[in-house]
Design a binder for this molecule. Structure first.
Ligand code: ADP
Ligand code: ZN
Ligand code: ZN
Length: 678
């Protein structure tokens, strides 16, 4: 029998939480063996699933009777490269997840589920899509000296050259990336370049720039709002080496790119590069590893680098390139002023000085942006007679008033209620909104400036697919006088007509428990301030302004924002972190546990804490998470720390094996390496 049907063993990684690979039998001639990196369809339990072939063997320890046959091998798809497998393998090891959970979910669904026939048809469609481009490329602006130096340094770099491009807001970092890309694409006929942006809303702006500049170059985009069909086409174009530029959000870091020669991470400080669920990876950190693995240059760009990257630049591990001035002729950084809310008491959330500044912009026909990082109408409603407040019944949080939608919504679970007509406790009909969110500010502005074209951009106003882009286009076309928005509007956008930025309520972050809060707040304020005055002086020669409403005008963080002084602020923060032994001088991992009862979660974490000791590892006590209950589940955490990354890694590996072997039916747990929120 065996002679008639020669077979081999396929060792296959599957997308399951079990940290194992599985062996299957595959009938094939010796000269037609499947290859490592190919996908195969196999039976798993009662299902048929697609897995990744990680080894092809002659024999296995699995007893003959238990060995199942693989059903199909996707031979139309060329194998994922050894480099790609090594990347997935590194991510799996580093973040302590099974290989299949890292490698498979990133692949287009259609590759994983569709039949052979469907895959063929897809591939044909892609070939059709590739029309010849004969448009003439847009002319690049002449670079200033610092930009030129940076573009040449990046474009001409060889080997693993990590570069921090530290350029103030509006200094023309995009132009530097594009011209560096141009050098690489011209020099190396098959080179591929990967460009990551932190947010999906930033892709159209950059995509437009890239297409205009490189009309003959195939561009693939990878982000979460592509349809499955599109995702498949773009992924394949990258995998087959035909897409020379791949632009995407964090998930694109796991794209298959056989000829990758340069990686660009724009706004590298942005927390969105960290995936916050499932495989909790940092796309920026994986990008640096990928560049090291391939020995290619990588550029990390920001006006407010993360302290991790700043630390590497200070210590010489990264090369630092600076752009100190704004690129557009006459454009200077905006004047930042602090408005003392104790002296100038705000009405409807706006101080008299801010209202006057808005009025001035209206008269001049210039745009203003108001930044408030809180969506909804009011964070809570309350009853003044009995003290009832709108708490979520399932979470440790409040139900947010969404007045235009006539709803109370919990932003942490899906709970939604009609606004109660009277107090559920005492029957009082006069329930009051407390505090303000973007919707309430919008309402106030409209009353104050009835003639103004006010536009709100936040997660609520942009729920419909394409509506965010439509909203940003409206601003770019100049059809908006006052824009009000959350962090969605704060980053990256190049609004040319904007001369005033008002920041409404940043104080709460000053006193947060989170040691990263000041780094984040500072970056956020610098970024949103950086939206003002990007196109240079206006016709009447006025300068752009940033007005920050605060009760703490003496706070050093605001002082640093007023002076646009990232350098000193970052250096001081780093010193603090070093003294307090915090990242980046310390390495952390966080074990989280969820259960119906808090005690169960804490009990599990206590067992976890005590089950393995290690000399250079500190295991802290289990504590409830700040927001303890979400959707009727209680959550607790255990922080693990070490001054040595390799020792932490070694500990985690051993520890995870122990935890996986425990019976933990009443708790759901997960590990996060390099956690951002603790
Ligand atoms: P950053 O990403 O550094 O904040 P951008 O790349 O968005 O800045 O550039 C800001 C503005 O400057 C853009 O409108 C861009 O077109 C313009 N710009 C960039 N480089 C030059 C240059 N060398 N000459 C003129 N304008 C430039
Ligand atoms: Zn009441
Ligand atoms: Zn809730």
């Amino acid at each position: 029998m065996t002679a008639l049907f020669p077979h081999c063993i396929l060792r296959i990684a599957l997308d399951t939480p079990l940290n194992a690979v599985f062996d299957y039998r595959w009938h094939c001639e010796a000269d037609a063996r499947p290859q490592v990196g190919q996908l195969a369809l196999v039976p798993f339990g009662s299902r048929e699933v697609t897995g990744l072939i990680v080894e092809v063997l002659d024999e296995t320890d699995v007893p003959e009777a238990k060995l199942k046959d693989a059903l199909a091998v996707r031979s139309q798809l060329s194998p994922l490269s050894p480099q790609w497998l090594a990347l997935a393998g590194f991510a799996a090891d580093y973040y302590q997840r099974p290989l299949g959970e890292v490698a498979l979910p990133g692949l287009p669904k259609n590759l994983r589920v569709s039949t052979t026939v469907a895959l063929d048809r897809a591939i044909k469609k892609l070939a059709k899509n590739e029309a010849p481009h004969d448009a003439t490329p847009a002319n690049p602006p002449p670079l200033n000296a610092q930009q030129q130096e940076a573009a040449d340094a990046i474009g001409g770099a060889t080997g693993f050259t990590p570069t921090l491009l530290y350029g103030v807001t509006g200094s023309g970092k995009t132009e530097v990336y594009l011209q560096a890309c141009d050098q690489v694409l011209t020099r190396e006929p098959h080179a591929q370049i990967l460009i990551l942006v932190p947010e999906i809303n930033l892709t159209p702006q950059l995509e437009g720039n890239i297409r205009a500049r490189f009309p003959g170059v195939m561009l693939a985009t990878l982000h979460s709002s592509l349809s499955e069909g599109e995702r498949m086409l773009h992924w394949l174009a990258a995998h087959q080496g035909r897409a020379r530029i791949v632009l995407g959000t964090r998930l694109a870091i796991l794209a298959s790119l056989p000829n990758l020669k340069l990686i660009v991470i724009d706004e590298e400080h942005d927390p969105s590069y960290k995936q916050q669920e499932g495989l909790r990876y940092s796309a920026r950190d994986l990008a640096v590893w990928r560049a090291w693995q391939l020995q290619i240059p990588i550029v990390l760009g920001s006006a407010t680098p993360s302290l991790e990257s700043w630390h590497h630049a200070q210590s010489g591990r990264y090369r630092k390139l600076e752009l100190r001035e704004r690129a557009v002729k006459n454009a200077v950084l905006p004047q930042v002023k602090l408005l003392d809310m104790e002296r100038d008491k705000p009405k409807d959330g706006l101080t008299a000085q801010l209202v006057a500044a808005l009025k001035l912009r209206m008269e001049r026909g210039e745009q203003s942006l108001l930044f408030l990082n809180r969506r909804g109408y009011a964070p809570v409603i309350c009853c003044e007679s009995c003290g009832w407040i709108s708490e979520c019944t399932r979470c440790t949080s409040f139900m947010v008033l969404h007045r235009p939608e006539h709803r109370l919504r919990c932003h942490h679970c899906s709970l939604e209620l009609r606004i109660p007509r009277h107090c559920p406790t005492c029957g009082n009909v006069d329930l009051q909104p407390l505090g303000r969110g973007t919707q309430r500010v919008e309402e106030g502005l409209q009353a104050l400036f009835p003639e103004a074209r006010v536009l709100r951009i936040d997660a609520d106003s942009t729920r419909k697919k394409g509506s965010a882009q439509e909203a940003f286009d409206t601003v770019h076309r100049g059809e908006v006088d006052i824009l009000i928005g959350t962090q969605m509007v704060a980053k990256g956008h190049d609004f040319k007509k904007l001369t005033l930025v008002g920041i409404l309520n940043p104080d709460t972050a000053l006193f947060s428990q989170d040691y990263r809060a000041s780094e984040r707040l500072f970056a956020q304020l610098m970024q949103v301030a950086g939206r003002a005055g990007r196109a240079g002086r206006t016709e009447n020669g006025s300068e752009s302004e940033v007005l920050i409403q605060t009760r703490y005008p003496q706070h050093p963080l605001y002082g640093a924002v007023v002076n646009h002084d990232y350098d000193h602020f970052a250096t001081a923060l780093l010193e603090e972190r070093e003294q307090a032994a915090l990242p980046p001088y310390l390495f952390q991992a966080l074990l989280r546990a969820e259960a119906r009862e808090l005690a169960t979660a804490l009990e599990f974490l206590t067992i976890a804490r005590d089950c393995l000791a290690h000399p250079n590892i500190t295991i802290n006590d289990p504590i409830p998470m700040t927001m303890t209950r979400v959707h009727n589940v209680d959550r607790a955490q255990l922080l693990i720390e070490s001054p040595s990354r390799p020792q932490l890694q070694a500990f985690l590996k051993q520890w995870m094996d122990m935890l996986r072997s425990m019976k933990t039916s009443r708790v759901k747990w997960s590990l996060e390496v390099d956690p951002l929120d603790i």
